[in-house]
Design a protein around this ligand. Sequence first.
Ligand code: NAD
Length: 470
Amino acid sequence: MTAQVLVKDEFLLSRILSRQRAAFDRDGEPSLAQRKADLRKLKTAVLARRSEIEAALNADFGNRSAYETRIMELVPIVQTINYLRRNLKAWMRPERRRVAIHFTGARAYVVQQPLGVVGIISPWNYPLSLALIPLATALAAGNRVMLKPSELAPTTSAFLKRMLEELYGEDRVAVVTGGADVGATFASLPFDHLAFTGSTAVGKLVMKKAAENLVPVTLELGGKSPVVLGPDADFETAATRIAYGKLANAGQTCIAPDYVLVKDEQAEAFLSAYREAVAKLYPNGIGSETYTSAINARHLERLRDLVTDAKKKGARIVDVALSSSANAQSLKLDPVAILGATDDMAVMREEIFGPLLPIVTYHDIEAAIAFINDRPRPLALYYFGSDGDARRNVLTRTTSGNVTVNDTLMHYVQNALPFGGIGSSGMGAYHGPEGFKSFSHAKGVFVQSRWNFGGLLRPPFNRLTDMAIR
Ligand code: NAD
């Protein structure tokens, strides 16, 4: 992009931000009724335009079944809006705090105040829900929003722009489309908060830009989320739930199980359970309509390179789909298991984000814990097993954004749980009351009374001043 176009972008984006901030200052914070109406409007529009949404996502992926879009995007959006509407009143209520004894008579409380204008940058893998869930949360907290969706899902991004600006007007919600250049300009705006969902590498760039204006950030990033199979895990159930988590959206899920840690003598048993599970979920292999395509040829090529590299360095590649009769144009990749993957292989160093499942063996559980702790902190960790002590051992000695026990992905759809990463998988959280708080300023208010012992803290001092030191 030329420098002239970038200057124009910067000017346009700054102008939208100034207008939104002026409107925020003019109108003050929205009432409970207004926020609930805003959220209802969004839910109604999303449900009314369901088929348009399913078609947009299908166009962006080349093949994304309506079923997957419904379960993985529409359900979480609608459930989030319902949850926000149900809890908003309680969250907006000022929270009384105690005052010290020498201030008896005075009052202290905390109000959750809207921040002003929140910037949101979203990725392509769930291009609707990862834009609308933070957006709904920021609106619930009383903010105005500028959204920059992903250029890799252009049909969905254009749809978001049409729908949101029609619903709210650009002064309340503005959608800015474009690629990395526009993203970088967007991240350099002096927002009141910036929420970014995307890769760890771009997250670092975004945080640097935000730091120049001291803009606080929520970073929802990626990484390699491990599955630990305890020795007592039920392999049939575990394999089905791992296959679902791995192959939903063809592995293009930030919290997809990235690799499995299994006890050495159980690896073959797990592999055969995994093959059976995949065959049941996708009876026509990648020809199944519900099996999603890679987002583009470059991404598909990256995944193929990971397999080639692992094979060249001695890993065993096992095709886990029974039959694979996909149209060559559809950018669908055969799911494979990778046995004997080692740290010198790219597949064990970078986030996979595709249908490849390395199966790594451990001799005792201490080695599995050390394996996880030797790597950057993951966004999610999955543990399968029934023994409570064994589970507690793994959960207390590893650190991850979230955990699901005896399943995969499911912590994400628990509306009341915070969702976020830690270390290189991110910072801050949305979902649950934590989401509302991420987009609010907790303002402490102290209301002095006409008379109390607080005056003893001012000169002239006397013996009673010591009361405050007790
Ligand atoms: P990405 O980081 O390439 O892009 C994300 C967004 O950032 C896009 O809108 C893009 O245009 C924008 N962008 C690109 N360069 C930028 C820059 N220099 N400055 C500002 N913005 C810029 O990520 P992606 O490929 O769209 O998504 C995949 C990644 O996102 C994976 O790593 C995945 O794990 C992660 N992810 C995380 C979560 C989560 O909730 N933690 C959810 C989904 C995806």
